[in-house]
Design a binder for this molecule. Sequence first.
Ligand code: ZN
Ligand code: FE
Length: 258
Amino acid sequence: MLELIPLRAFSDNYIWLLVDQQSHRAAVVDPGDAKPVVTWLGRHPEFTLTHILITHHHPDHVGGLVTLKAATQCKVMGPAMEDIVGVDQKLGDGDRVKVLGHELDVLDVPGHTLGHIAFYCAADDPFLLCGDTLFAGGCGRLFEGTPAQMHDSLQRLAALPEKTRVFCAHEYTLANLRFALAVEPDNPDIQVRLQVVEEMRADGRITLPSSIGLEKQTNPFVRSNEPAVQRVASERNGEPVAAGAETLAVIRQWKDSF
Ligand code: ZN
Ligand code: FE
C-alpha cells in the first residue's frame, strides 16, 4: 500500500509524496520547491527518493526538480509534449510506468497547459494525480488550451471509477466551492460540501484528496453537461450556449473574475 503525504509549498501548493513503507522508497509529484522534500527526506533518512513525476511545466511544479535530482539521483518522468529541463523519461497518453511497485497509467489532459499529463493508478484503491487540471470543486485556468480541450480532459477523468481518490496540486477548494454555489445555488451536494470545507479550512486542514464521485456532484466544470449549469451559463452569456465545452467556456471566464 502506498501512502500519499501532502508537503506544503508556496502559499497553496501541495507536493504529493508517495511513500512505500515496506521498501522505504518514496516518489514525489510536482516539486515546485525542493526544500519541503529535502526536509522530509532529512527527517526520514531510511527512505530513498526514487522518482519525480511531473504533470506540467509551470514553475510552481518544476522549480525544485533540478536540485532534488542532483541530491538524490532519482529518475524524472514528465510530459513528452513539454520542454522541461531534467526529465529523463518523456510520457504521453497510454504509457504505463511502474513507480514504487505500482503501475501508473498516463493520461493526456490538455487545457491548463497543452502537454499536461495526469497519473492514474487503477489499483483496488484507485487514485489520480492530476496537477492543475482537475481541482476539488474547480479546474485549472486555460493558459494554453481551449475550453473544448479542458472539457474533454475533465470528462475523461470523470469517467474513472467514482471511488478514485483525487490528489490535486493546490488548496483552492474553498474558493472553488463558493463559486460552484454561485453557479448552482440550489445544489444540495454543493451546499453540504461547502459547509464541510469551511470547517476544514477554519481549522487549517487540507481538503484533499477529493474523489471522482464528489467532483461529479459538486464541480461546475465537470458538470458542464448538466442542464442546470448550461442554463446558468446561457443566462450569463446573454444568449443560449450548448451544454459541454461552450458552457465550460462561459463559466471558466466567469470564474476568472469571480
Ligand atoms: Zn499550473
Ligand atoms: Fe500550479
